[in-house]
Write a protein that binds this ligand. Structure first.
Ligand code: UN1
Length: 483
């Protein structure tokens, strides 16, 4: 919440000190060729990372040791890490802005979510006497390089596992800051090892090793499928993959919606974080009788967005993560030029993409998940909601869904009919809150259980062993038992 005066003051303090202190930072955990990390807003080099290779990954598995401390002690260490994260907000904000192009409001949200994950899993697991699975590989995405990175690790560590963390190749610096703070809080070195590197080499080595007892992954559906195949070939049957993957998230706005509220929520859901959230709105369905007016209002609200340097407090939309992402989205926009209804000017330098509104006949027309600030809009007529829902469900994803309607019966019916892990009514459809709004998808969008929810930790404990279950009592011979 950036209207909070303390937060604003803290950010101003961070802006003053953190930037020169944070750069350049050299991350060098392993042997290999140093690779330059670049600021997406400016293209400037901010750090050098020496990536791990397949040999380092294999060695890390051999070096891994489960965290053999009482659960209450593990919980205390994770809570201490949460405190350290909060104290170190300056370098964390600087790294989030410069390495991941995060705006300051997003950086604040990300730090809070990471801290919430640490404290939530600590509280959930503090009294559990269950045994860990063993070695857990955690593969995390660049779009939440602190929150999701930390959430995966915190859950696996809280259950007592040894964790091998492979951050996204775009965001090893934030990962290195996080791991340093976790170690400083008291997580043993052998219980948490950081392996920055390429998915194709480090990720592949980690996910095809029989000594690994579980994988937790957030990223694309295709990568989850690749990991699934590698695990099936190499690991013991039943080794879990806990995956949060992509989505083609829709929102329905009917003619009873409050237009001003709907527009605010549509713009936040589509363009905040430059659309780089798997929860983001991709395809909006507006009832035809209000559509012309609502679409004009969306365009007007888009025109109010400030696109630019994420380090400026006034910025709403920063760059996308890298040149490859930008070029992919720009190519999609060129190919679908005829559908563009509105696009904002974006800075020419850096990896910016113009926030864009496209009109489409329906969700079936979307080629794939476009991971950026592109909103597709379709219309529907009264009486056609069932068809719209069938079209949404037919895509096979099931992450987030939004509905703006003032008809109670419709809210009830639609939320029962739509396949989605997170259904949001009369609000935006991003920004799930750890604890109160567990996050996760179904179908092509993920395996569950939901992150930040009460069932998540369960998957990180070993299943009950034979002999450790409830005793099954048979008939007892009274004479023999007396003897
Ligand atoms: C993702 O984009 O990978 O609800 C997950 C949200 C975030 C999770 C997004 N807490 O927007």
């Amino acid at each position: 919440d950036l209207s909070d005066e303390d937060t604003l003051a803290a950010i101003e303090a961070a802006r003053a000190v953190a930037l020169p202190d944070a750069a350049p930072i050299t991350v060098s955990p392993a042997s290999g060729t140093p690779v330059a990390l670049r600021d997406p807003a400016t293209g400037a080099e901010i750090a050098q990372v020496t990536e791990a290779d397949a040999r380092a990954a294999t060695q890390a598995i051999a070096d891994a040791r489960i965290w053999d401390a009482p659960p209450a002690e593990r919980a205390a260490v994770l809570c201490r890490a949460a405190d350290l994260y909060e104290e170190n907000f300056g370098p964390i904000f600087a790294a989030l802005a410069r390495e991941a192009g995060k705006t300051l409001p997003d950086a604040v949200g990300e730090l809070r979510e990471a801290v919430d994950f640490l404290r939530y899993y600590a509280a959930e697991g503090a009294r559990s006497a269950r045994a860990p699975r063993g070695v857990i590989v955690a593969i995390s995405p660049w779009n939440f390089p602190l929150a999701i990175f930390t959430g995966q690790i915190a859950a696996a560590l809280m259950a007592g596992n040894a964790v091998l963390a492979k951050p996204a190749e775009q965001t090893p610096l934030i990962a290195a800051i996080a791991v340093r703070l976790l170690h400083q809080a008291g997580v043993p070195l052998a219980a948490l090892q950081l392996l920055p590197g390429q998915g194709g080499t480090v990720g592949a080595a980690l996910t095809s090793d029989a000594r690994v007892n579980g994988v937790v992954f957030t990223g694309s559906t295709e990568t989850a499928q690749t990991i699934n195949r590698a695990m099936a070939r190499h690991m013991a049957p039943g080794t879990p993959l806990i995956a949060e993957t992509g989505g083609l998230n829709a929102m329905i706005v009917d003619s009873t919606a409050l237009p001003e509220q709907a527009v605010r929520d549509i713009v936040a859901s589509s363009f905040r974080s430059a659309g780089q959230r798997c929860s983001a709105l991709r395809c909006l369905y507006v009832q035809d009788d209000i559509a012309p007016h609502l679409i004009e209002m969306i365009k007007g609200a888009m025109d109010e967005l400030t696109i630019g340097d994420p380090w400026q407090l006034s910025t709403d939309v920063g760059p996308v993560i890298d040149a490859e992402a930008r070029d992919g989205i720009l190519a999609y926009l060129r190919q679908n030029k005829a559908r563009i209804a509105h696009a904002l000017p974006a800075p020419q330098s850096g990896t910016y993409v113009p926030p864009t509104l496209m009109t489409v006949p329906g969700i079936a027309a979307l080629e794939r998940e476009i991971f950026g600030p592109v909103l597709h809009v379709a219309t529907f007529r009264a009486g056609q909601i069932d068809k719209v829902i069938a079209a949404i469900n037919a895509r096979g994803y099931g992450l987030t869904f939004g509905l703006h309607s003032r008809i109670d019966a419709r809210v009830q019916e639609v939320s029962e009919a739509v396949h989605a892990g997170n259904i949001y009514v009369n609000r935006n459809q991003i920004g799930a809150v750890v604890g109160s709004q567990p996050f996760g998808g179904e179908g092509l969008s993920g395996t569950g259980p939901k992150a930040g929810g009460p069932l998540y930790l369960n998957r990180f404990y070993a299943p009950a062993q034979p002999g450790q279950g409830q005793p099954v009592l048979g008939r007892v011979d009274p004479v023999a038992s007396l003897a």
